[in-house]
Design a protein around this ligand. Sequence first.
Ligand code: SF4
Ligand code: SF4
Length: 709
Amino acid sequence: SLIIFFKGLSFHFSLIKSGKKENNYKINLGKIISNFLSWVLLQSGIQKLRPTKREEELVWSHLFMFYGFLALLITTTAVFIHQDLGIKIYQGNTYLALTLLSDLFGGLFILGCLIAIYRRYVVKPDRLHSQSGDIYFLSILLLLLFQGFILEALRIKATNDPWALFSPVGYLFSLFFWPLSVSAAEKIHYIFWWFHTATVFAFIALIPYTKAFHLIASAVNAALVPPENKRKTIRSMPDLEELLSSEDSLEEEVSLGAESTSDLTWKQLLDLEACTSCGRCQDVCPAYKAHKPLSPKWLMLDLRNQAMLAHLNKESQNTSLLNKLNRSLVTYYLESTSGLDINLKDKKVSVKENGSFRGKNTEVQHNLKKLTFNPTSSIASELINEDTFWVCTSCRACVENCPVGINQLDIITEVRRGLALMQGKVPSEAQQTLRALELRGNPYGPAEDRTSWLEGLDAKILQDGETVDYLYWVGCVCSYDKRKQKIARALVKILNSANINFGILGTREKCTGDPARRLGEENLFQTLAKQNIDLLNKINYKYILTTCPHCYHIFKNEYPSVAKNNFNNKVIHHTQLIAKLIKDNKIKVKKDFFEKVTFHDPCYLGRYNNIFREPRQCLTAQGAELVEMNRSFEQSMCCGAGGGNYWMDIKIGERVNVIRTKEALETGAKTVATACPFCHQMMEDGVKILEKDLAVLDIAEIVAENIAV
Ligand code: SF4
Ligand code: SF4
């Protein structure tokens, strides 16, 4: 049993080891231990779903199963140490405590399995797809648990145990055996013990080849989750200008991004292996909700299957019996978890007729083109529909909700980079934006028009060497878009009312490069980032002030990895500054804004940077009645603009912004407040499409309108 177990484990291990090096990942033992305690032992990934009250019973079911498993593992280990190693620990009070613990938790374990079966086969939520491997896993767990309780019942009967009540569930089971004599109970116990032991060994042997493998892969992956700030930052790349002009690049072929699964790093492969197919990521994905061809769950599973098939192929030269068995069991694993039909001999793989249902989103149904045994098959050309990667809004809801710490967005971004940098494939509308960024440093128009929004307002245009408290980075949308210019004007009005020492860069300001980075055009991003950092380094500022959460995020979290010299990345979002000005009485606002208002959390402000409180404080300080949408704070739904989708219109499925606007309308609010010019545009478009009466205003506009004179 252990030989088969370790053979299977070594297959998974060698697959992960075959991944590319992780340049940005540092093994930190302290972090691994704290991750293990938090993600694995305290099940924080599962627990954090609680505040949303989503599927409460499922959280309990998983907790019962996990802690039940843990309690039984502890007791079995104690029995092993006591009986097989001869160290007498399973006696006295320890015996009674462990017996009670394993008995009660064993009972909860059964309850957890039954809830899971009920959810999977009766409730059938869209996010769960059920394959033969699921019922096998739950059945073998139940079989082992019932066997354990029957054994305990027979033991109680055979020994007439005076402490039987310390096994309350086992005792209840023993009542079924009341007609048995003591010697009959002893004999049945002996036979049954062997049967149970054989089942346990079979279970152990098959762990790497069944859903039970997630017990190992998910725990390891969760323990290796990078620090939170790294998880929120896009994977940094080497300086491409240097790399592409180096002599090595002339001699060797440079590979950028991920074109095939052989380009993935060991951590990305571990992410794929760790996926439990729970579908929580799919459930919160705005693209999936809007019937676009993306399910982060299926993307992880398809890429895992591809990576495993390619690895199977690599190992096919070894024809020893153990290897043959391993290959058959790996094939079974893939077939029983993803509904595949694999012919190892002919190297053919297809999706089974009855295994093809991927969920209610019919676009996802068709986004897998094929799987191969070839490690260099192109992910976005040969295997998976290319649109899958472009419809992602980079909202991070999937990453935030994955209970085992998988970073789906990292893999999507790497595939985009592979498409953009290696194949020059970017959707045509996005190409126009990128071209404009390259030519004039912004997606809108001539640089000299950048300050037209300022007309009639008092704002200093900063020169090199000047000192200022707040350097207001206006951003392209608020500089050029007529409607969004009102946001910038409102903010300047607030700053002047509070006598804030601030200035702007005027026509020298350029795009931060955010659209280029999200669209995979890292080269262009790095060029713009370097130019902006050089410019910023010429001004002495305390804080960069932004009205755009994308600019905020990129200065705070992404420019530091590009900056060669010191770079002051202290940045403040306008809602943070306004909340502070109100709190410190630097501006006085009328308290009679008695409207019902709902606030839409922008992904790059909330989920990415944990700024949830301040925008709401700005509203309630004016007397607004704040009502929350069903999905808010960390669980807020994206407006649909992120990930470069603002700059392209992939006409598949519904519009994400319309879905979000409907959620805002459901609150009965008269105004939806935003704190991002992109969200503002998306919500306003949503209101227009739905022809509803809902005002869309930025927080700066609401406050500027309510300043008491
Ligand atoms: S980042 Fe958002 S849009 Fe992209 S896959 Fe994850 S949940 Fe879906
Ligand atoms: S990626 Fe995470 S959330 Fe998504 S299905 Fe896999 S384990 Fe579940």
